[in-house]
Design a protein around this ligand. Sequence first.
Ligand code: ADP
Length: 648
Amino acid sequence: MSAPVLDTLLVANRGEIACRVMRTAKALGLTTVAVHSATDRDARHSREADIRVDLGGSKAADSYLQIDKLIAAARASGAQAIHPGYGFLSENAGFARAIEAAGLIFLGPPAAAIDAMGSKSAAKALMETAGVPLVPGYHGEAQDLETFRNAAERIGYPVLLKATAGGGGKGMKVVEDVSQLAEALASAQREAQSSFGDSRMLVEKYLLKPRHVEIQVFADQHGNCLYLNERDCSIQRRHQKVVEEAPAPGLSPQLRKAMGEAAVRAAQAIGYVGAGTVEFLLDARGEFFFMEMNTRLQVEHPVTEAITGLDLVAWQIRVARGETLPISQEQVPLRGHAIEVRLYAEDPANDFLPATGRLELYRESVAGPGRRVDSGVEEGDSVSPFYDPMLGKLIAWGEDREQARLRLLSMLDEFVIGGLKTNLAFLRRIIAHPAFAEAQLDTGFIPRYQEQLLPVAGELSADFWQAAAQAYSQSQPPRTRSDDPDSPWSAINGWRNGLPAQTSLHLSCAGQDQAISLGARTAAFELQGEHLWTEQQGLRREHRAIRRGDTLYLNWQGDTHAVSAYDPIAAAEASHSQQGGLTAPMNGSIVRILVSPGQSVEAGTQLVVLEAMKMEHSIRAPQAGVIKALYCQEGEMVSEGSALVELE
Ligand code: ADP
């Protein structure tokens, strides 16, 4: 049989994985087809494709999960194959069958293999027969409380209830003792029913401080199956991976081989083809237990690519064309170490609530050897509430783990994101944590160090405010089109027409306001392009400082801060404009009065100049009118709230 033609590939996904799959497809000379929802019309994955097809809708259920529309899109665009990415329909056997029925190629395993691993219970039963070690537990059909109580008694508390149809940590409950069982079972069943439409449960021994170690497997259509080493994904939040690395620190070659061979047995037991992952828990004694198999390319596949030098998407395409795996088990490379972090638009300070909005500023770290960023967004893109808020992944490779870790830290430092809350600083604290540096990895890592990883927002330091004020004033957008460097308009010291130099700034950042005296511009703070140099005790340090309109984004101690100028006068004007009377927004002295009673003024006319906190503020007419009365004199000290001018 001749190899099927595969020159056009449709990617039934969005975000970073769609971009990543298309990158390899393009490198191999394939024509790429993106599908997008109405919301994603201009999303990066749509922009990067050769052909794009509009699925309509916004919610995943109306777009990326519409099997018929996806197949019609493949037909219309001439794609012979569909890559499902991860999530969405990637582990949906019905999708794989529909693709096959349409005479197209599914870049994933046979539908029967997806079915076999679709239920955690069925998968465990199957693995038991294939001789793959399981976490002690019960995964039978009977679902009554009595059965679960007996099973839990037999395996010993604590136990973990899991939804057999589960994923993403949903429907999972730890039960410490028998008194909690009935309630936990009922609640987990309800959660599973509402998330997966299937309330069936299994129960397992809840391992204390296990590591999550998974094996990447790859099989061709000719019965060959390899394991491409392991990944350690123990750094998790609520049973969801946050950091992944390869190889697993401290794993002996013997254990790697034992786990790898068990994973291959698991894959072969279900006639697997393509890329898959067999997940295990590893306990402190070095015993490992099968958890589940993910029948798709994983989010964290780049760390495997980094240590093997292989391109797993290229292998998926080759295998789909009927080629045999190009290497043998002994030839699988393992070089150096790689670490990946998942970058999310979310607010760690607010229980990791997903963040939506526009990426006003988005700068990835500098590319270079051992540095990879797989992302699905660019500056100016918006993160919508409809899909997973992952922006992308940062992957660092090094000759050893410490080199990879330091490289990743520097990548995190260089990343600048403004306009949206992200977990960048949280990721940075994990990678910088001494316990992470020492590879003390287990699934309890994040809860254990929670307080150090999520410091409460304290007062911003005086150093920060001074740096922000200097960067802000030095980055003022030009006031005229004149580029003449000698023109007073180009001065950065706050020179303003007809007024003395502006000597202080009111800034706000993270809900805090501060008036900062600028003083003379000194060498201690120098903005060069987008780099602010600060000097202290003879040391010059660089910080990213980028201005976007009225907002300055300043990278300071591992976090991006959005700083904006706060105009107390404008705020006061806004609040007083309805009252006809104009009052002093703060204590200060009247330096000038520019109008007299009976005078007509336009909206915006300067009425009075007040000096407060070493800075001059203009009080302007909020609307056109006639000056009825003046309640102040030049040189007079006035207190906050006192009436200055009455406008009719
Ligand atoms: P899901 O499919 O919902 O992601 P998994 O079965 O893959 O659920 O488990 C997710 C994570 O939950 C694991 O990586 C591990 O941290 C934790 N976990 C799962 N089973 C156990 C267990 N028996 N003991 C301790 N932790 C477990």
